[in-house]
Design a protein around this ligand. Sequence first.
Ligand code: GLN
Length: 225
Amino acid sequence: MHIGVLALQGDFHAHLTQLQRLGASCGEVRSRVQLARADALVIPGGESTTLWRLLEVLELEQPLRAWLAEGKPVFGTCAGAILLAREILGPDRAGLGVLDISVRRNAYGRQIDSFLAPAESTAPGFEGLECLFIRAPVFERVGPRVEVLAEVGGRPVWVREGRAMAATFHPELTHDLRVHRAFLELASGSTSSCGSSAPSATVTPYASSSAPSASLARSVSVGGR
Ligand code: GLN
């Protein structure tokens, strides 16, 4: 299995390093040919408006949409999570729609308001996860089929729907490999460690305005989306 990392802008190199630490076959994606070679894709953090622009200029948006439509595994962090959302707020526009979520950009404020915080509830096996937020977005709505894998401040920060995963924080910028390992497991189709064991006692179900939220404890079935 070869993991592509979209390498147009942002901290793609940190994702490659993390994947290499886990022994994964991985490489940069800057062209249609490289995208076609990828069995799974990571879309890194950076600046989502710049990513949209570069996808357009490099004529990669339609190939990416077609690649995603095949249901291949994808993981977006921060700006990458914004791209994968159904609805983007601030300014409002449609995302790629791979995850049934609404995401508000820059919801914590400016770059200077970036912070590190421990996840207060997580899927089993992810206790103590430190989450680094850099001019991060917030998942304002998560659809009924979206699994919440971690929360900070009572809000979902790591979610999954089928074989698509998104985090508002930057797991590629810490030494903790668990989030990337979970994506590799998801991508390879092996039983994911996310939420697959006994329900956690620390779970706080996320109350969404428009969706009965998935609970952190619910078991996850790896399947199509
Ligand atoms: N604020 C950026 C955006 O809106 C995301 C920041 C990040 O990826 N760290 O795209």
